[in-house]
Design a protein around this ligand. Structure first.
Ligand code: PEP
Ligand code: MN
Length: 339
């Protein structure tokens, strides 16, 4: 529910509305707008609570109208937060209009491999360096990542190159550790509904990069973001990375690019597309990255390895340094053409 105050509503009238909301055992959220204030109720209300609140608030002084929110997510919604969220990390703004490229290997494998990746990413003009130290692998026998040693490498390379770093955290108890080493916490597709993890990531107050689960609906995705936001952490970046495919013989997932305009319509959060996991095939990454830009995404996350054939994870979807550099050029030219 959102209570839209009149243009000339006074602070006392807004406070009174908040007071009445609290009397109904729910916490109000004051939403300052460009010309007028709205008061939101970020809670799932029973129909009885809704009717009672509507009748007690509707006729109060300073109230223009009471509207019901149509969606289950609140803090993640554009209705509650009409200004677009921009996440700024070390001077890099995500969601501010410039197309952000996050590049790097699937996994951090060694200092040399990661530093070489960072140099290629930086030289090509990308601002954010990806790389997993904790890897959620389907098989327990597959490379699991370098764990804390990988985090130390990420921190060192981030400091040496000035790139913004992003890496996955897989469990709530690891959030403080990962948060010490990286700039942006990634929550992987498989963890999208790990609610204790979402809560801890929210509490960390670090920017959170949330990947859509392979079978998550848009509502489920935005409600996962809501978990982070409800901890008071406003820095959430959404990532579309493909959903369960009908046919795995051609692509690993089905990149749901239609999610981009949908998320943009209903949420204020920046949206990044990951065509690497979205397709699983290096040669399809470029076309889908360009399509993501045209669809209105705020950026892409792309896997690139100095030598994909030697990659310890996701080599078949990793671009070579040359492919990555060429794609960066194409994206820059395409952005300019669209501007
Ligand atoms: C990754 O980014 O390497 C990763 C494991 O991604 P996802 O969670 O989308 O599978
Ligand atoms: Mn990967």
């Amino acid at each position: 529910m959102i209570i839209l105050m009149r243009l000339d509503a006074t602070k006392e009238q807004i406070d009174q509305v908040c007071e009445v909301i609290r009397e109904h055992d729910v916490e109000p959220l004051v939403l300052p707008g460009e010309d007028r204030v709205a008061v939101g109720i970020p809670a799932a209300l029973t129909s009885e609570q809704r009717t009672n609140l509507e009748s007690s608030i509707g006729s109060m002084d300073g109230v223009s109208k009471v509207t019901q929110t149509s969606r289950p997510f609140k803090l993640a919604s554009l209705e509650f937060h009409p200004q677009k969220t921009v996440v700024t990390v070390k001077g890099v703004s995500i969601g501010a209009g410039e197309f952000t490229v996050m590049g790097g290997p699937c996994s951090v494998e060694s200092y040399e491999q990661y530093r070489a990746s960072a140099d290629i990413v930086k030289k090509a003009g990308a601002k954010v360096l990806r790389g997993g130290a904790f890897k959620p692998r389907t098989s327990p026998y597959a490379f699991q990542g370098l764990a804390e040693e990988g985090l130390r490498i990420i921190k060192a390379v981030g400091e040496e190159t000035g790139l913004v770093t992003i890496s996955e955290v897989m469990s709530g108890d690891m959030v403080p550790t990962v948060a010490k080493y990286v700039d942006i916490l990634q929550i992987g597709a498989r963890s999208m509904q790990n609610f204790p993890l979402l809560i801890e990531a929210g509490k960390s107050m670090k920017p959170v990069f949330l990947k859509r689960g392979p079978s998550a609906t848009i509502d489920e995705f935005l409600l996962a973001a809501e978990y982070v936001l409800s901890q008071g952490n406003t820095e959430v970046i959404l990532c579309e990375r493909g959903v369960m495919p009908l046919d795995r013989s051609y692509t690993r997932n089905t990149l749901d690019l239609s999610a981009v305009p949908v998320l943009k319509e209903f949420s204020h959060l920046p949206v990044i597309v990951d065509p690497s996991h979205g397709t699983g095939v290096a040669k399809y990454v470029g076309p889908m990255a360009k399509a993501a830009l045209v669809a209105g995404a705020d950026g892409v996350m792309i896997e690139m390895h100095p030598n994909p054939k030697m990659a310890l994870s996701d080599g078949s979807q990793a671009l070579t340094p040359d492919q990555f550099t060429n794609l960066m050029g194409e994206l820059t030219r395409l952005s300019a053409a669209l501007a």
